[in-house]
Design a protein around this ligand. Structure first.
Ligand code: ATP
Length: 514
C-alpha cells in the first residue's frame, strides 16, 4: 500500500480513537460524507474558529462580524447565480458505475504531469547543489519544458471549455488524454452533464403555501444582503470587511477523503468591500495576509502553495487558492476571490433596492467591489490534525505517537498529574486545577504510571503535563513537561498561569503575524 494512504488511514483512526471525529449516526451504519466532532474535536474546531475570528475581526478595526441565517429568501440564489450556475460537471463510468467530477479527473491527470516535472527539478537540484538555478532549468531542460507546457495546455483547454459550457469538449479531452476510471481503469465513459449542488427544502406546513427554499451553499450571500445594514448602522467607511462563520451545504457528487469534502460543512468567510479600481490591490493584500495567517501555526511553510485559477467562477475577475499538502497531496484549503461588484449589483437588480455606498471623498455613489477570503473550517481542521500527527522513534529505540497540535489550538492546554494517588498529591493537583481552569482547559489524570500518562497526553495532543510530586508539598514547585521536546523543567506553582499564557495564548501566536 502506498505510504500516503497509510498515513491518511492513521489520521482517520486516530481522530476516532481520541474523540476528535466520529462518522455521523454510526449506530445506523453512518451517513455518507457527514461527520460529528467528539469531545476533543469540538474544542479543536472551536479554537480554530476563534483563531480565525480574532485575527480577522478583533485585530482589524475595519472588519466586523455577522451571523446570518442558513435559510434565505429563494431569490437570493437566483441573483447569486447559484440556481443556474452552481453546477459540477459529472461523468459516469459505464463499466465500474462510478461517478466522478470531470474537472477533477482532468486536474488529477494534469497534476501527475506536473509532478513529473517537479521530480526532474528535484533531481537536478540534488545534482547541482547550491549552483542550481531553478528558473533557468525550468525554461531550458527539454523534458521539464514539455511537462510544464502539457500541464498548462490541459488546464487552459479545460478552463475555456467549462467557461463556454462546451461539455462535449470536456469529454473529448478526457478521451484524448486517455484518462481511465481511477478504480477500474475502464475508459468507457458517459457524456458529461451538469449537476446542481444545492439542497432544496420547503418552508411552511400546507402544500399550497409552502415555499421552496435552499440550504445555503455558501455563507457569503448572507453578508451581501446585509451589506447596507452593517455599513449604515456601523457607520463603516470603505474599505471595510464583514466576517462570518457558519454552516454551508452542498450535495457533492463525490464526497470523499474524510472531512475534506463533506455535504454539511462550516465556512469562515470575509467579504472586503473596496472602491472600484482598488480591488486588485486588496486581492494581492489578502492573498499574502491569509498565507501568513496559515503559516503562523508553524505546520511548515513548504506545505502551502498558491494556485491561480485558469477557470474563473461566474462572479470573479481573479481567484487563487491557498493549497495545503494534505495526506493525499496538495489540495485547496482556502479560496481568495476578487468578486467585482457582481453580487451586490445582482441583488440590486433582483430586489429593486439600491446597495450603494456614498463616498464622501469622491462625492459619488457607487456599488463597491468585493474581495473575498473563504476557508473551510473542517478542511482547516484536517490540515492541522493531519500534519500534527507523528510517529517518533525515541533515543532508547522505543516509539511514541504524538499529536503536535499548535498549542494555541490544542483542546486541552495542560494535564495535571499527581505522581501517586496518595500523600496529599491529588489534593494539591486539584487545587492547581481550581486556579488554572478559569483561563485554560485543563485535565486531571491519576491512572497508570506517569510515563504512560505522558504517552496518553502526547497522543491526545495536550502540549503540557504538569506533575505534582512530594517535593511540590514542600516547596510549592511542580515539573512542567513539553510535549514536543519532552523536556521537563521545575517551576513555581504560582508561575504556571503566566507560563501557560505565554505558550498558548492567541496573543503569543498571533503576534508572529506582524
Ligand atoms: P472545491 O474546488 O474543493 O470543491 P470550491 O472551490 O468549490 O472547493 P469554495 O466555494 O471556494 O470551494 O469554498 C471555499 C472553501 O470552503 C474551500 O476553500 C474549502 O475550504 C471549503 N469547502 C468547500 N466545499 C467544501 C466541502 N464540500 N467540504 C468541506 N469544505 C468545503
Amino acid at each position: 500500500m502506498a505510504k500516503k494512504e497509510d498515513t491518511f488511514k492513521k489520521v482517520i483512526s486516530h481522530a476516532k480513537e481520541y474523540g476528535y471525529i466520529f462518522g455521523s449516526s454510526e449506530i445506523y451504519d453512518g451517513l455518507s460524507a457527514v461527520y460529528d466532532y467528539g469531545q476533543n474535536g469540538a474544542e479543536l474546531k472551536k479554537n480554530i474558529r476563534e483563531y480565525w475570528w480574532k485575527s480577522m475581526v478583533q485585530m482589524h478595526e475595519n472588519i466586523v462580524g455577522l451571523d446570518a441565517s442558513i435559510f434565505m429568501h429563494p431569490t437570493t440564489w437566483k441573483a447569486s447565480g447559484h440556481v443556474d450556475a452552481f453546477n459540477d460537471p459529472l461523468i459516469d463510468n459505464k463499466d465500474s458505475k462510478k461517478r466522478y467530477r470531470a474537472d477533477v479527473l482532468i486536474e488529477d491527470h494534469a497534476e501527475k504531469i506536473l509532478q513529473k516535472a517537479n521530480k526532474e527539478i528535484a533531481k537536478a537540484k540534488k545534482r547541482f547543489g547550491d549552483d542550481f538555478d531553478e528558473e533557468q532549468f525550468k525554461t531550458t531542460n527539454p523534458r521539464v519544458v514539455k511537462y510544464l507546457a502539457e500541464n498548462k495546455a490541459i488546464l487552459a483547454r479545460m478552463g475555456s471549455s467549462l467557461e463556454k459550457e462546451d461539455l462535449e469538449d470536456v469529454k473529448a479531452l478526457i478521451e484524448e488524454l486517455g484518462i481511465g476510471c481511477p478504480e477500474s481503469g475502464s475508459k468507457n465513459w458517459t457524456d458529461v452533464r451538469q449537476f446542481n449542488l444545492m439542497f432544496g427544502t420547503k418552508l411552511g406546513a400546507s402544500a399550497d403555501s409552502a415555499m421552496d427554499l435552499y440550504l445555503r451553499p455558501e455563507t457569503a450571500q448572507g453578508i451581501f444582503v446585509n451589506f447596507l445594514n452593517v455599513q449604515k448602522t456601523g457607520r463603516m467607511k470603505l474599505p471595510f470587511g464583514i466576517a462570518q462563520t457558519g454552516k454551508a451545504f452542498r450535495n457533492e457528487i463525490v464526497a470523499r477523503q474524510f472531512i475534506f469534502r463533506m455535504r454539511e460543512f462550516e465556512q469562515m468567510e470575509m467579504q472586503f468591500f473596496v472602491r472600484p479600481g482598488e480591488d486588485q490591490k486588496y486581492y494581492e493584500y489578502w492573498k499574502e495576509t491569509r498565507l501568513k495567517w496559515h503559516m503562523s501555526l508553524g505546520l511548515g511553510e513548504e506545505n502551502y502553495r498558491f494556485h491561480d485559477h485558469d477557470k474563473l467562477a461566474h462572479y470573479a475577475n481573479a481567484a487563487a487558492d491557498i493549497e495545503f499538502n494534505f495526506p493525499f497531496g496538495f489540495k485547496e484549503l482556502e479560496g481568495i476571490h476578487s468578486r467585482t461588484d457582481f453580487d451586490l449589483k445582482a441583488h440590486e437588480e433582483f430586489s429593486g433596492k439600491k446597495l450603494q455606498y456614498f463616498d464622501h471623498e469622491l462625492n459619488e455613489n457607487y456599488v463597491p467591489y468585493v474581495v473575498e477570503t473563504s476557508v473551510g473550517l473542517d478542511r482547516m481542521f484536517l490540515a492541522v490534525f493531519s500534519k500534527s500527527l507523528k510517529e517518533e522513534t525515541l533515543e532508547d529505540g522505543s516509539s511514541r505517537t504524538v499529536l503536535k497540535l499548535p498549542a494555541v489550538l490544542a483542546p486541552t492546554k495542560a494535564a495535571i498529574l499527581p505522581l501517586v494517588k496518595k500523600d496529599g498529591l491529588p489534593e494539591l493537583a486539584r487545587e492547581i486545577i481550581g486556579e488554572l481552569k478559569w483561563n485554560f482547559n485543563v485535565a486531571y489524570d491519576e491512572k497508570d504510571a506517569v510515563g504512560r500518562r505522558y504517552r496518553r497526553q502526547d497522543a491526545n495532543g495536550t502540549p503540557f503535563c504538569i506533575t505534582v510530586d512530594h517535593q511540590s508539598l514542600e516547596d510549592k514547585t511542580v515539573t512542567i513537561r513539553d510535549r514536543d521536546t519532552m523536556e521537563q523543567e521545575r517551576v513555581a506553582i504560582t508561575d504556571l498561569e503566566r507560563i501557560l499564557e505565554e505558550k498558548t495564548s492567541f496573543k503569543s501566536w498571533l503576534t508572529k503575524l506582524k
